[in-house]
Design a protein around this ligand. Structure first.
Ligand code: DGJ
Length: 723
């Protein structure tokens, strides 16, 4: 791995990948190549003919037009008419800066990004970082572009810092984390679209002329568009094709665009959504963009996913729980919703203990006078009348059952019906004087305010120190409207969305480092903030409020493109399912939920012995196999979006063990015989497959024969041992 500068070209490479940046004679930073490993000196700079109506950046070189060249961080208004990577306006209203290379630095390892979550290294040998400084002297703008390249993973992390080096203020109206220019070609892209309880669905499209893409304007990364995109050669699949995954380590408004222009070249950008964004930079002030993580695969989607999984599991998630075995939990939410007593909770906990569950989670409804979702957010004192005891006492009773105790919070919210609102109505995000728009009957606290952040850190510290609380579910149940803060001057209102997220990250950093042994699970009505930014603070994320096994096949398949199973909260719930009314067998529900941080979310205290025994077996199986699920290489075998069944598998790093999951989505008579071709095995090793000995190559080329008319719960888990 190295970053080299030769003949005005930076070559960022490892054994499998190259990324080439050229400093042109005119000092522009040109985006020359990104893909499988090449020899940098042999690559020609992409230079399409400019033609009529192209402005030229150099009178001595009339063909030199940025409008048709690949660029690293394209400016607006200076020859290139495509989407700029950043936009500024100076105090005089001028807005056409042009960046020119000034200097660079190459360092070992990866520097931290102040105040923002980011991928990290544990030793300086894992990665190298190139920092290029470019500037526009006239505007007094200096931009630092950061590129970290990893030695063992095909990963490049990018972000930018914008500094006002002039004397007067400037407004930054756009600052993308990454801009890439790909040569003319036929491309496709996948993004993970959805809605509440239907997150992370695969949406595959052909790239066409013009601008296309997706974004969030919700003040959160959102259920509707995950901050992730796969851009690839047309026709790529799980095992074939040049694939570029782009994942934004950010939990707020994001935007991903793809622009194909006249010369058929394609520009891809990702970063903070310019919607509602403007950031005032006074003299000497710096704005730092979130990090974009780029993963390259020369052989399709599976390799890209495995690179993201390994990187995010080991170099984004942090703390003791990063590598620790995650406890199997019971959450009472779908069992009782708000309607519970301490006795009911203890009954559920007792049954959970009997089947081997390890953690009990007290969800919404334990504080203030909250018996429905109309009140009490902000009043974080226990409702002793309802519980009959303190949190510490309840935790102790749960601990006596042999279970850890966990607690739900929604720290960022305030109910108009709360003591907190009576005391501090100005802490809620509203436009003063205008009627606010409620979401789930609640408002959001203004995290741009220091006093609000201190309040949240304060009550969390008090409660978490007051009892043996070993797990926290951090929920967030509405998106942002009425965006305005009395804390910010009028010209800084465009900073609100971003400053909210910075405030959130500050709180999360403080609380998670104050309570390093607590396991935090992120949640936003399920997957409303399932993003890498949150994973930096919380190694688990409740993937969706939809717990139906079939619906989860889609959600977990889509999510697996980028997020490792260790980060995915997945529970067995009651039937008929509360979201879609479907009745699935307990076997199917368990089979699907075991693909993540596993748990149960139903009233165990009313189940039959037979059901509890089956669950006991599930728990036993999961305990025996959870390390493989958490850390194994992941292969998607059958796609639920395009076929009537779904299948996937995990292979241990040494390829000695594998676990195959197969679920029938739509049962029907007169079926085809399924040849389930496995992946990732050692071709010449022999595996024991339920007593039958087969080589890796037979299993991968001929497959396992499955006849799903056998009616055995419509799903299977097949364990393979290397003999
Ligand atoms: C939304 C979450 O996704 C649910 O799991 C549950 O915690 C509710 N909020 C509680 O209000």
């Amino acid at each position: 791995m190295a970053i080299e500068l030769k003949d005005n070209r930076f070559h960022l490479y490892n054994d499998e990948m190259s990324y080439i940046i050229e400093i042109s004679r005119q000092k522009d930073l040109l985006n020359v190549y990104y893909g499988a490993r090449v020899d940098a000196e042999e690559i020609e700079t992409k230079r399409d003919r400019p033609g009529a109506f192209c402005s030229c950046a150099d009178d001595n070189d009339p063909d030199y037009s940025l409008s048709v060249m690949g660029q690293e961080y394209p400016s607006a208004g200076a020859c290139d008419f495509r989407s700029p990577a950043y936009e500024i306006t100076n105090a005089k209203g001028m807005h056409t800066p042009e960046l020119k290379y000034r200097s660079h630095e190459i360092i070992n390892g990866k520097p931290k990004i102040n105040g923002l979550p980011a991928v990290y290294t544990e030793s300086e040998n894992e990665a190298q970082t190139l920092i290029i400084t470019a500037a526009d002297e006239f505007y007094g703008l200096e931009v630092k572009l950061f590129y970290t390249v990893f030695e063992k993973l095909n990963v490049i992390c990018r972000h930018a810092e914008m500094r006002n080096c002039g004397k007067s203020d400037m407004m930054l109206n756009n600052a993308q984390s990454v801009s890439l220019d790909f040569p003319a070609g036929e491309y496709e892209y996948i993004h993970l679209e959805g809605a509440w309880a239907r997150e992370k669905h695969i949406d595959r499209n052909s790239v066409h002329k013009g601008i296309q893409g997706f974004e969030s304007r919700r003040g959160a990364s959102g259920h509707t568009e995950n901050p992730f995109m796969m851009f690839f050669d047309k026709g790529s699949n799980e095992d074939y094709g040049n694939v570029y995954g782009i994942s934004l380590v950010y939990s707020g408004n994001h935007r991903f665009i793809i622009e194909q222009e006249a010369a058929e070249t394609v520009r891809v950008q990702a970063g903070i959504n310019p919607f509602g964004f403007s950031f005032k930079l006074s003299e000497g002030e710096v704005f730092t963009t979130p990090e974009a993580v780029l993963v390259y695969s020369d052989t399709g989607f599976a390799k890209m996913s495995n690179t993201f999984h390994k990187l995010y599991r080991t170099r984004l998630c942090r703390g003791v729980w990063r590598d620790k075995t995650r406890p199997i939990l019971i959450n009472h939410w779908e069992a009782t919703y708000f309607d519970f007593t301490a006795d009911k909770l203890l009954d559920i906990a007792k049954s959970a203990a009997k089947i081997g569950v390890e953690l009990f989670v007290l969800d919404d409804g334990w504080f203030g006078h909250r018996n429905d979702d109309f009140s009490s957010l902000g009043d974080w004192y226990v409702n002793e009348e309802k519980l009959g005891c303190t949190i510490a006492e309840l935790a102790e009773k749960i601990n006596q059952q042999g279970l850890k105790f966990g607690l739900w919070f929604e720290p960022e919210m305030i109910s108009p019906d709360s003591d907190l609102y009576k005391k501090h109505p100005d802490w809620a995000i509203t436009v003063p004087g205008a009627k606010p728009h409620l979401g789930r009957h609640q408002l959001i606290l203004d995290l741009t305010r220091e006093d609000v952040r201190e309040y949240i850190i304060g009550f969390l510290t008090d409660i978490l120190s007051s009892a043996n609380i070993e797990y926290v579910k951090w929920d967030m149940n509405r998106n942002m409207t009425d965006v305005y803060s009395e804390n910010l001057s009028p010209e800084r209102q465009g900073e609100f969305y971003h400053r909210y997220i910075l405030g959130l990250y500050e709180i999360l950093e403080t609380v998670t480092s104050r309570f390093p042994n607590v396991l935090f699970e992120g949640c936003s009505g399920g997957g409303g903030r399932n993003d890498p930014g949150m994973l930096y603070y919380m190694p688990q994320n409740w993937a969706s409020d939809d717990t139906d096994a079939t619906e989860r096949l889609y959600i977990q398949y889509g999510g697996s493109m980028v997020y490792p199973a260790s980060t995915v909260g997945a529970h067995v719930s009651a039937v008929p399912n509360h979201q879609v009314g479907r009745i699935s067998s307990l076997k199917t529900r368990g089979t699907v939920a075991m693909n993540g941080a596993f748990g149960y979310e139903l009233d165990l205290s009313i189940l039959s012995e037979e059901e509890l025994n089956e669950m006991k077996e599930q728990v036993k199986f999961y305990k025996e196999n959870r390390e493989l699920v958490m850390t194994g290489e992941y292969y998607r075998l059958l796609n639920p979006f395009t076929s009537r069944h779904s299948a996937w598998m995990y292979v241990s790093e040494d390829k000695k063990e594998a676990l195959v999951y197969y679920v029938v989505k739509t049962a029907r008579p007169s079926n085809e015989v399924v040849h389930l071709k496995l992946k990732g095995l050692n071709p010449v090793a022999k595996y024991n497959v339920g007593g039958k000995i087969m080589s890796g190559r037979t299993l991968m080329n001929h497959g396992i024969i499955i006849d799903d008319t056998e009616h055995d719960g419509n799903c299977r888990i097949i364990k393979l041992y290397n003999i």
